[in-house]
Design a protein around this ligand. Structure first.
Ligand SMILES: [Zn+2]
Length: 390
């Protein structure tokens, strides 16, 4: 599977004030959180890294946002805080260090933080400014599949990068000293770990081939497919003389007929889907020898002189993995973002936060005309649509 990471680090509030900060100690684990930001009427997850960081810095007074990565409701992976900066995600009071976790800063210094946007427990409620409690409907109480597969892809990448064992991929509530149900009672970290231990589908589908070094074909078990005879026959002479394989000129004839198949020539003569069909038809081992006739001659003569008809695994062309794509956030600003109004907010304060200038308040005003009812006043808890910043 492929993974796209949107680098939004430089767009976070106060970025210049903390960008040089460094974590103490190495990264040994990953903690998974949920944001508890939802649309109060529907329960739908709301927000992205920019919203979360704005809340944490403006309202909670933190130096910077609390997560290295944020995964939105739509499965967009946002790289929000440099991996070298400790995310303030799991602090706790342990002044005498009775847990042996370096005065409660252990998790922040040694664990990367990933936040799933949403609130993943049932029975959610909020209290309004008058003190009344309102129940939120039990919808959107689990991460969706897109979000979960983005999480698994990201965690796998980070595990590889920092050599993180699967038991150190944890839910926030599994970190000693943290009194929380984060990332929500409907998220089972053990299940995520189980998924991480599964082989990836690509590996799953391929029947593991025998080590070609051990193969000694009996007469009639091995065929050389040679579609471009004029070009390669001479180059193959020594090989054919030595191993006495059958020789065929059409790949289709080989389906279900030979146990071992050597294809001579590149993708233009026999392509990968034909090879896949060959495998499905029962062929145990397929190798390709390709290159110009001189290269082909060299390979086949080496094999003949070493008395082995097949290339070793390390001599075969590498299968390329799906690469991680890094994207500059500027290329992808199409997503309209929702923002929940916080106490003390004004339209121009929100405009400043999203667009960098308070005078842009009218953009938000226009986009939310129906909701704000012609008034320029906003009240805490209102969910505003913030149009993309173009
Ligand atoms: Zn958490």
């Amino acid at each position: 599977m492929s993974l796209t990471i949107n680098d939004v680090r430089a767009k976070m509030p106060n970025y210049n004030n903390y960008k040089e900060k460094k974590r103490r100690g190495n990264i040994v684990g990953i903690a998974i959180h949920h944001s508890e930001t939802i649309n109060r009427a529907t329960g739908a997850p709301v927000g992205n890294a920019k919203n979360l960081f704005a809340y944490q810095t403006k309202v909670q007074g933190l130096a910077h946002g609390g997560y290295n990565y944020v995964i939105t409701h739509r499965g967009k992976v946002e790289y929000a805080l440099d991996e070298n900066i400790p995310a303030l995600h799991a602090g706790f009071q342990d002044p005498s260090d009775t847990l042996g976790l370096e005065y409660g800063e252990y998790w922040n210094n040694h664990y990367l933080a990933i936040c799933l946007v949403g609130w993943f427990s049932n029975g959610r409620a909020y209290r309004d400014t008058e003190g009344y409690t309102h129940v939120v409907p039990d919808d959107y109480t689990t991460p969706n599949d897109t979000q979960l597969s983005a999480l698994v892809g990201l965690v796998e990448k980070l595990q590889k990068q920092y050599d993180i064992p699967v038991e150190n991929v944890r839910g926030h509530r599994e970190l000693a000293g943290c009194q929380t149900i984060c990332p929500g009672l409907n998220v089972d970290p053990a299940q995520i770990r189980q998924q991480l231990q599964k082989p990836t589908p690509a590996v799953d589908e391929v029947v593991s081939p025998p080590d070609p070094i051990d193969i000694e074909p009996q007469p009639g078990e091995h065929v050389v497919i040679l579609p471009d005879t004029d070009r390669y026959f001479n180059a193959l002479m020594v090989y054919i003389w030595k191993f006495k394989p059958d020789v065929s000129f059409a790949i289709n004839e080989a389906m279900g007929r030979w146990k071992y198949v050597t294809i001579v020539g590149d993708e233009t003569v026999v392509n990968e889907s034909q090879i896949a069909r060959l495998r499905q038809s029962g062929t145990v081992w397929v190798q390709r020898i390709s290159g110009d006739s001189l290269t082909t001659r060299k390979i086949s003569e080496t094999l003949a002189s070493e008395s082995r008809p097949f290339l070793r695994l390390d001599e075969l062309p590498a299968v390329s993995e799906a690469p991680t794509k890094y994207k500059n956030e500027d290329e992808d600003e199409d997503e309209e973002v929702s923002y929940t109004v916080q106490p003390g907010d004004t339209l121009s304060a929100i405009a400043k936060q999203f667009y960098g200038q308070g005078s842009a308040w009218r953009v938000i005003y226009e986009a939310n005309r129906n909701l704000i009812n012609g008034s320029v006043q906003v009240s805490p808890g209102q969910v505003l649509q913030i149009p993309p910043n173009h």
